[in-house]
Design a protein around this ligand. Sequence first.
Ligand code: SF4
Ligand code: SF4
Length: 676
Amino acid sequence: MVPPENLFGAIPIWIGVYLLTALSFSGAGYILWRRVFRLVMIGKRPDRFSPPIKRLLPAASIVVAQLKVLQSVSIRDRGGLTHAFIFWGFLSFSASYGLFIWADSAWRPFSEKVLTERGVEAFGFYLDVLATIFFFVLVWVAVRRWVVKPNRLSFDLTQKKESGYILILIGLLMAFTLLTEGAYVASGGGGPHSTPPVGNAIGEVMIDAGIDGNLADGLQALFWWLHLGIILGFAMYIPLSKHMHLVGAPLNWYTRSLEPRGTLITPTDLETAEAFGASRVQDFTWRELLDGYACAVCGRCSDACPANITGKLLSPMHIVEGIKEHVLETGPGILNGQDEQEKTPLIGTWVQEEALWDCLTCGACMRECPVGVEHINSIVDMRRYLVMEQASMPETAMNALLSMEQRGHPWRGTTYSRTDWAEGLDIKILADHPDADVLFWVGCTGALEQRSQAVARSMASVLKRAGVNFAILGAEETCSGDPARRMGNEYLYQMLAMQNIETMNGYNVKKVVTICPHCFNNIKNEYPHLGGEYEVLHYTEFVAELIEQGKIKPVATVESSMAYHDSCYLGRHNDVYDPPRQVANAIPGLELVEMDRRRERGFCCGAGGGHMWIEENRGERVNHVRTDQFLETSADTIGVSCPYCLQMFEEGIGAKGLEGVKQAKDLLEILDESLT
Ligand code: SF4
Ligand code: SF4
């Protein structure tokens, strides 16, 4: 890219370049400050900056290598590839602007000093070809957005025009880049800058068209200034548009939560807090507020969301966008001392209450999001407000919460005690055997729900066969608090969790094994926030180890084919994908079948986020859709490693009229059969 010597012959180019650049960048900085940073800083301010090295390297690799957008590339949706191309092209052109415009203007020929003459030649050639390829990519992007239209882009109802402007701007930028090169060649320019093939070809056309040297000089200046104008204009447009994600995404990745995906923020000020949960700008953390600015409105989260897919109101993208719109609308007033959020409340105006209750906290949205948005924290924060400030929740949720508060478990109506399932099995109680090596955490469902009691019994049987020195808490165990927490009653959660932590710390518990992925996630990742630090394993991890060590050996053949369903809280939230498959593969005769949506892309069974107890009143039932996905396989059994999933699939199979033809089983039950 060759800049003209003077600004239309009068003003030295570097004055024009520096003056305009300074104006544009200060304008962009001012807009960034007014529209973004000062508003985001109204939020609470937890530290999300340290430790810097642990944050910086993964964040840089995600952004530079475009790892998250490329993970979404599929036969159905190749948008990630075009995004990565545009991003890398953007980096190349940014480097060229640094070298050939801003640096060269003052310290000519700076580019030759940095790159050597051959380097400049090669770089110029590369940019010329890149600008040409950009045209084809832009055409493809436009076709995808307006003609082919993958489902996820249909979520972006408001900003299609914006996408159109950006495509036109980039197209013009590339056109002026090539035309400047062409005019330079036509004006008789030579040297290393004249080698770009497309620029040369355009120059030849200009010469053939009779454009003389003087006219070509003028055209070169015109195209070059137009191209610089677009760059500087775009810099100011970024903070005003969804292209704010160019700034927001790297920041978001750097300030991401360093905890496993399903771990919620723990408010530690419940006793003194003036307000619970989040409904106003100042109730969210600054990081939750930044999410809206980082959002690229790509729709990937909503496209993967099981609630959205089954026709519920929830669209995670619109939750994030809604929070941002609310910040933009009310933030300036808050800063001026005129807080008008009562007039246009966030929940009810931008975010629908029903949508908040649709969330299964399955994490599919967060897994797909290319800019590191943490949807679940914001959704649960708003549920906390509804439950703890407004006492507003679905009736079914209220019943479960009441049961947890009054009886220490959510299974209203159960006639069992915490130890009925173990009757006749001679299982030790920790109070009588405090020297047990392992605490088997049974959980409310394993202990009190009839179908799941069979799984608890299988677990005890497997542990006994392996000779594990284990015990249970029995009547001393109370609900882990996980359902209360996901339903928004943080106060009740902390009360239950503290009670359990006190009990376990009293026995100096070191190792805990659970059968429920929800208890597993909660005790492993969230109890440490409240002083409960244990080695926590899900049974699939523990049993896979026992098999590997030869402590148990499945011998009896189980003639069955099993499709394994990844529980969200085991898989996506805690990356436990292989141990259940190792257990399945160790069982003679059992054929392991994989479902289309599996592992990181697994589809929720419909029970997460408290939905084991919340009725679905709109659209299809999530468990029926997942059951259909199972029925697409040839397997006769859907294998699970979670008591909630088990109930969901038993209901799903029954609803399809396939009882006796297909079955749902916990992996533990199949293993226990094979050990017998
Ligand atoms: S956590 Fe799951 S249900 Fe909730 S918004 Fe995300 S994808 Fe949807
Ligand atoms: S939150 Fe993430 S996945 Fe969802 S639309 Fe925004 S950028 Fe895309």
